[in-house]
Design a protein around this ligand. Sequence first.
Ligand SMILES: [Fe+2]
Length: 321
Amino acid sequence: MAKANAYGIRSVELAVRDLEATKAFYEAQWGLREVARENGSVFMRATGKDHHVLTIHQAPRAKLMSIDLGAKSSAEVDALHAQAVALGAAVLEAPRELAAIAGGGYGFALQSPEGQKVTISAGVAVHADHEQDASKPERLSHVVLNAAKYDEQIAFFRDVLGFRLADTTDFMDFLRCCEDHHSVAVARSEGASLNHMAYELPNVEGLMRGSGRMKQSGFDIGWGVGRHGPGDNVFAYFIEPNGFVTEYTTGMEQVENDSYEWHGPEYWATAFTRPCRWGMAMTMAPGFRDAMKGKIVEERNARCEEVIAKGLQNGLKGAAE
Ligand SMILES: [Fe+2]
């Protein structure tokens, strides 16, 4: 039986501490737009056809909630579900009509070995219009996960979801499921967290204008502007208000399904000795590596909890006096 495979990454879901402030950031600075609001969640679209590329939910702690992958058809959704069951993956819900969820479609959900929810769906609504502003994201490009159970995460995406290994460097495996060189990457790390999410802009001019808008709004570039080795994509990385790392990217290498040749750490260490093909983005801003490890999100979560606990204490004290 042919292996079933996911086809493309569509959106990410984040829990955020301040829904309205986060929404305002993603609209005014990042360039997305609210497209639906349901049960306290805001769904945001980019300029392209995908119904939404980001969903945000109000919660006490910011964290990655799920990654939403596409499938080519309902039959492929069913095949992926059967494959997941056969391989003993943690299936959270069987395939069903998603009429109650913004964008609809038909899909199911499962859990990665490190506990992230992954949803797979087909037939989700698409937009016919396309805003012509190259400084705004067109779609979600890829997501990079930090993983401690590194080999299990790779096996999950490869065996259960049908991804192919594109390339491997000293610290990261790049996984592809469509023409993009990678839609997911897994970074060797101490624990599970979101390393970063990346949004595709149409061209370098747009990426520079979008990055300028971010800088003018007080969001400095954490790493970039540069051009990656694996994937050959141009990048500019930022830290958004919750502490998540988010990337503007453009020009991801497009690969034919069976023709792309995997290269390992030795190749990448010798072919590209610098962290940026251009020699431009040689270092990250101070603290930025910690942000990519998910530490800034945790620090900001802890700070908020401290403020809330102090407020509660003061309130109790006031009530007792
Ligand atoms: Fe990236």
